[in-house]
Design a protein. Structure first.
Length: 285
């Protein structure tokens, strides 16, 4: 996989690229980076020109200037495609990335071919209030406000809270219960810690944009063929499956379900994800 940077008006965008064929833009979740696609790209590169980017403010990419919205992130990604002289691309978006991909398709239909929106149940609830309620318990910690002081104590408190998150990612309880811990297991933890540290300045603004985003309105405006992949875990079944409601929003939308796929589905369910992506895009031929 080749690593490179491209320049857009707001700064530089870091990306990795592999394969040949129709361009396929891969958009990660928050607070991850293009590294999240390291297992999926090898399965897709035989069929597509895979381009996994670090969204602005994440990984090695510069932050956007001004207010962050899903629409502004989508516009930046269209600028990124233009910087590579790509007139039209397929796009796959995971969790936060699915909102960015939806905004790209709704606002720039002529620059997008087929759209794949992927996420756990909480990420694809079409109702804004319902989705925000489902997401809030996961991300509320990023919106904590600390009282300011002349000594700057609030900065230290914020760093202590961030360090607690980083420590949890670097030493999860699950790693201690594994019968055999491999070097790859540790590498996976290092990657998640690195992604989180690099995203610290962007997490709050990006989740704020997620809360403000009208997913339903955006989905209704998409004219491109769209596949929504619903990742189902038992601990989210109480929200109810969302595919039927999403498909009713727009005749261009079809849906599929992947069971037992959690927040690391890009790493744990690469075979199923790759199969759905390849089959859906091949249907256009």
């Amino acid at each position: 996989m080749r690593r490179a940077y491209s320049s857009i008006p707001s700064g530089q965008v870091h990306y990795i690229e592999a394969g040949q064929g129709a361009p396929l833009l891969l958009l990660h979740s928050a607070p991850r980076s293009s590294r999240a696609f390291r297992f999926l790209i090898p399965q897709l590169a035989q069929h597509f020109r895979c381009i996994a980017i670090d969204l602005p403010g994440f990984g090695e990419s510069d932050s956007l200037k001004g207010k962050i919205t899903m629409e502004s992130l989508g516009d930046a990604m269209i600028e990124f495609l233009a910087s590579l002289s790509i007139a039209k691309a397929h796009v796959f978006g995971y969790h936060t990335g699915n909102k960015v991909a939806a905004a790209m398709a709704a606002n720039h239909p002529h620059s997008i071919d087929r759209v794949i929106l992927c996420g756990q149940i909480h990420s694809i609830i079409p109702d804004k209030v319902g989705r925000n309620d489902a997401i809030r318990h996961i991300v509320d910690k990023y919106f904590t406000r600390y009282p300011s002081s002349s000594a700057g104590e609030e900065h230290l408190r914020r760093w202590v809270a961030d360090w607690s998150d980083i420590t949890g990612l670097g030493m999860p309880r699950s790693i201690f219960s594994k019968p055999n811990v491999t070097a790859q297991d540790i590498d996976e933890l290092k990657i998640r810690v690195l992604d989180h540290v690099q995203a610290l300045s962007a997490i709050e603004m990006t989740y704020g944009a997620n809360f403000e985003f009208d997913f339903t309105e955006c989905l209704k405006r998409i004219t491109n063929p769209t596949l929504i992949l619903e990742l189902v875990m038992e601990d989210e079944e109480h929200y109810g499956r969302q595919i039927d409601a999403l498909c009713q929003l727009n005749t261009n939308i079809r849906g599929a379900t992947i069971l037992h796929a959690g927040r690391v589905a890009l790493e744990s369910h690469t075979n199923e994800l790759a199969t759905h992506i390849k089959q859906f895009i091949a249907a256009a031929d």
